[in-house]
Design a protein around this ligand. Structure first.
Ligand SMILES: *Cc1c(COP(=O)(O)O)cnc(C)c1O
Length: 469
């Protein structure tokens, strides 16, 4: 399987290189040249299989021979053994037709562990095979950073450098990044927003000399392997609820468009998904785009669901490339317009978008109301990102026979202050995280400045040291 850049000016690469590259050299994102399909029978045969085995069936067609089935299965088993639930991503039924898919049983209590635990093993495997090392750089709005650090801590082949917006992540999120003591872990607080952090990471990747010197590799949701790893749970959940014999609808709290794009990939592969619903908080650039056909930046507001306080939804470019007929010149024009004037028009307009997605945004009041109501009616405690999904399910999906699955992206204990304010009770961290709130922290505060960040990384990461001596 080969991968091509959405912007059409970078060489096509195989899976291993895409795994290590992250962003393409022309600033675009890698997408598969063709979409592998699972036939109805193959989908039906996933029923009742362990999560790691389903992961192999889903990922193998995209990996194009980079790993044997046995290698892939061993890495998947190892990755998902870090989860605190035997089903890895269990479904919890809330009412006759509504389920929550709990994606938060990994080491950092957010859905990003599902992809990151596997990604780290795939990367380590490829680096070892090539006798290379790499510097992972990533931006986080809260959860990616902890998941990346947890997945790569102690790796001999990589340094992991995570930029997070100072003061804009929760205490639990910050501590997951700043308490690991391994020397290959570097948590950097940036004086800015998540979008600033993401722009810095893009800046480092576009600085080709720095990128080569430090052997940069990306693990943000622009990394194709992460998207593919997330496709697994769409299959697991849909098959448990009757696919391929009946369709299922998914509601996805999304910011960077990564998780919902994984659902789109599942659909491209043949999974019968009736509606794919984009759920956002008041940072509603995606619902506005679906309604108007115009993608337009208006600034980011801080909310109780910080992982969705985003208005540069990087993976949206992958969808645009596909839906607009794989026209890379058109994508280049739209991205140039976005950089210059903060907006662009989707070719095909709202009609095109409505064919593929529904969308709704939840206010802070909506979020608090549905967290309270869910606790009252079904006894279930949830958190603000998932709550945006529950709100979007009510607004966008008709009651009927199609099962509705809301992806639950974080454990309530990641946002204890918010939950306590809303519910009057404080969610408890699972016992395995008992020392998190008292362990010593280690972090560096840097200005929102590319040179400052690059120079810090050159001084502290192993890839440069290796080159010097
Ligand atoms: C990252 C994250 C999201 C958004 O995921 P995308 O990949 O940006 O769609 C939603 N909820 C939580 C808790 C997250 O950590």
């Amino acid at each position: 399987m080969n991968y091509i850049s959405t912007r059409g000016l970078a060489p096509s690469l195989g899976f291993e290189d895409v795994l290590l590259a992250g962003l393409a050299r022309d600033g675009g994102l890698y997408v598969p040249e063709t979409w592998p399909r699972l036939e109805k029978q193959a989908i039906a045969s996933l029923a009742g299989r362990p999560f790691a085995e389903v992961a192999v069936e889903v990922i193998q067609p995209f990996a194009g021979g980079a790993f044997s089935r046995e290698e892939l299965l061993a890495m998947a088993r190892d990755a998902y053994a870090t989860f605190g639930h035997p089903a890895v991503t269990p479904l919890v039924q809330l009412n006759s037709n509504l389920w929550v898919l709990e994606l938060f049983h990994g080491p950092t209590l957010a859905f990003k562990d599902v992809a990151m635990q596997l990604l780290a093993r795939l990367m380590d495997h490829v680096l070892k095979r090539r006798g290379r090392r790499a510097t992972i750089v990533g931006a986080t709005s809260g959860d990616t950073g902890g998941a990346a650090i947890e997945a790569f801590r102690g790796s001999k082949a990589v340094d992991v450098v995570i930029l997070y917006p100072a003061g804009r992540v929760s205490d639990v999120q910050r501590r997951m990044m700043t308490t690991p003591r391994e020397r290959n872990v570097h948590a950097i607080a940036i004086d800015g927003t998540f979008d600033d952090c993401q722009a810095l990471v893009k800046g480092m990747f576009n600085d080709h000399a720095f990128r080569d010197r430090m052997q940069l590799a990306g693990v943000n949701s622009i990394n194709w392997a992460r998207i593919v790893a997330q496709v697994t749970y769409y299959f697991v959940a849909a098959v448990a609820l009757g696919a391929p014999h009946r369709p299922v609808s998914f509601v996805v709290p999304t910011g960077n468009f990564g998780d919902i794009f994984a659902g789109y990939v599942a659909r491209q592969m043949g999974l019968p998904i009736e509606r794919l619903v984009i759920a956002s908080n008041v940072n509603d650039i995606l619902p506005r785009t679906v309604a108007t056909g115009v993608y337009e930046k208006r600034g980011v507001t801080a909310t109780t669901s910080p992982s969705m306080d985003i208005e540069v939804s990087s993976n949206f470019e992958r969808y645009l490339f596909e839906a607009q007929g794989r026209d890379s010149a058109l994508i280049r024009g739209q991205m140039a317009a976005l950089a210059q004037s903060g907006r662009f028009e989707v070719k095909g307009g709202p009609e095109l978008l409505a064919r593929d997605f529904s969308a709704a945004s939840a206010s802070e009041e909506d979020v608090a109301e549905i967290i309270r109501r869910t606790r009252q009616v079904s006894g279930y405690m949830t958190e603000p990102h998932t709550a945006c999904g529950l709100v979007a399910a009510e607004r966008c999906l008709k009651p009927g026979s199609t099962p509705q699955v809301v992806l639950s992206t974080a454990h309530p204990a990641k946002f204890p202050d918010t939950i306590e304010r809303i519910l009057g009770e404080r969610p408890q961290l699972p016992p395995r995280l008992a020392s998190l709130m008292t362990d010593e922290e280690r972090t560096t505060l840097l200005p929102n400045d590319l040179r400052a960040v690059e120079s810090f990384i050159e001084q502290h990461a192993g890839a440069a040291a290796e080159q010097l001596g």
